[in-house]
Design a protein around this ligand. Structure first.
Ligand code: BG6
Length: 475
């Protein structure tokens, strides 16, 4: 189904996220016909700049690799920059701005607000939107992550917005849920007989989830130094990957049936102990021929900062399906490679009949780059004395479906425009995740240093050794 006519309003439109992800995503949705020429995109920012300057700075033509001047022209016509400050602006001012733009369009009263702003700015939104909720059409509000900084602040924020918005009109973003291969986890599990019946503690030995980044904190030290890898990545992206990997079969395809099961996973995470957590911070070093500054020397980072840029965690999902199966999670910045993947490591069964040990079977869900799913299994090594060799059956997503799979933010935008909540975090999930994270932060050991361009601190590498296991490295 195509989205209904609506006005799209981006708060924080001069920011990085809007420029790099949201607006390019909307341009591609215009090309696909999901955004139409009747849907204005109001770009709100604090800066006092002319709409023409905004467009010039944006360089819309850079959003697309090909030469499509007509599309660029249509898109530019939809963009309306207006100065508006969420902290000081009033509901009347906002209504006036939006009405003035709406006059030239037949978009009805439906409005999609996207708050591409720091979480501290969200609080102001409740008062601001109150008078708009009762207007014509619907009002949906998209909140960028992070949603709160701990359970208390998330709860306060949630209380204030749920006093004015219904849960189905609140869209809490986790852009990892928009990634194609993340959306595929449930298909892999529940649309395939061979996988769904071997997805439990009887068959699976352990699960490994890695999101490894090569970038440092870039220009975002002001935010990151107060957040760290636990709250920037683990609380949201990695715990969502864990939820989709570990959830029970939902009772239907309904977004809420799926979100019920996702929440249940986080609610059943075993509270972490100090020995389950490793925190790291990158020091100075070299990656390839580039000198890398230590995290503490990055602009905007406190010289004595103890913020973690790496976290590794061992956890258990205390449900009958997963009793005793360790889940190892790790993520960090300035590591050797950029990749995100989930590895389902099977038990080293020796099926009756053949005395050929082979290696443990494994399913690798490659979220990025080179999206795909691989299955490692054993074959007979030719010419050998019944020796087994592990080989990969490898599904490459773009080889099969072509290169134009929607990017995460495009999928997120399209879902919010349609009012589809599946790709968004529900409050019960979020509450459980913050409860877990608050506990984890309370017991976490101090940060240890690691080399940029490495796979993280040695302590993190050794984490699975407590269970006589090891990280399986990328093949
Ligand atoms: C964001 C984090 O949510 O995700 C960033 O704030 C991180 O620190 C980014 O770099 C990673 O996203 P992706 O899509 O590039 O893997």
């Amino acid at each position: 189904t195509k989205p209904e006519p609506q006005m799209i309003v981006i708060f924080g439109a001069t920011g990085d996220l809007a420029r790099r992800k949201l607006l390019p995503g909307l341009l591609r949705l215009l090309r696909r016909g999901e955004v139409t020429d009747g849907m204005p995109i109001v770009c709100l920012g604090r800066r006092d700049i002319l709409p023409s300057d905004f467009l010039e700075r944006l360089q819309v033509e850079r959003f697309l690799p090909g030469d499509e001047p007509e599309l660029i022209e249509r898109f530019s016509r939809l963009l309306h920059y207006r100065q508006f400050d969420l902290q000081t602006g009033t509901a009347e001012q906002l209504t006036e701005v939006l009405q003035a733009v709406a006059r030239d369009y037949r978009c009805g009263g439906n409005k999609l607000f996207y708050l591409a702003l720091p979480t501290g700015a969200f609080g102001a939104v409740a008062d601001l939107i109150k008078p708009l909720v009762s207007g014509d059409g619907w009002l949906r509000v998209v909140f960028e992550k992070p949603f709160g900084a701990d359970l208390d602040s998330a709860k306060r924020l949630n209380d204030s917005i749920s006093a004015v918005l219904r849960e189905e009109d609140i869209f809490r973003v986790d852009h990892y849920l928009g990634k194609e291969l993340v959306q595929n986890i449930l298909f892999l599990r529940f649309a395939n007989e061979i996988f769904c019946c071997a997805w439990n503690r009887d068959a699976i030995d352990n699960v490994q989830i890695t999101v490894s980044e090569t970038l440092g904190v870039e220009e975002r030290a002001g935010y990151y130094d107060h957040s760290g890898a636990i709250r920037d990545m683990l609380q949201n992206h990695l715990l969502q990957l864990l939820s989709f990997t570990a959830m029970e079969p939902p009772t239907s395809n309904d977004p809420d049936a799926i979100r019920d099961e996702a929440a249940r996973v986080v609610e059943h995470l075993r509270p972490p102990e100090t020995a389950d957590v490793v925190l790291g911070q990158y020091g100075a070093g070299r990656i390839g021929d580039r000198d890398i500054r230590a995290y503490r020397d990055e602009d905007g980072v406190a010289p004595e900062s103890v913020t973690e840029t790496y976290v590794a965690l061992r956890t258990f999902v205390d449900t009958p399906r997963w009793q005793g199966v360790p889940f190892y999670l790790r993520t960090g910045k300035r590591l050797a490679h950029r990749y995100a993947e989930i590895r389902i490591v099977y038990k080293q069964h020796r099926c009756d009949g053949l005395d050929t040990p082979g290696r443990a079977n494994m399913i690798v869900i490659r979220i990025q780059p080179d999206e795909g799913i691989a299955l490692a299994f054993n074959v007979r090594k030719p010419g050998s004395d019944n020796e087994a060799e592990s080989v990969l059956m490898d599904f490459c997503h773009h080889c099969h479906f072509g290169p134009n799979t929607p990017e995460a933010y495009e999928a997120i935008m399209a879902s919010a425009m349609r009012g589809d909540t599946l790709l968004f975090t529900r409050w019960d999930w979020l509450r459980a995740s913050w409860r877990f994270i608050d506990r984890l932060r309370a017991v976490a050991p101090p940060v240890v240093a690691y080399q940029p361009g490495s796979t993280g601190p040695a302590e993190g590498e050794r984490l699975p050794e407590a269970d006589q296991r090891a990280w399986v490295e990328t093949t």
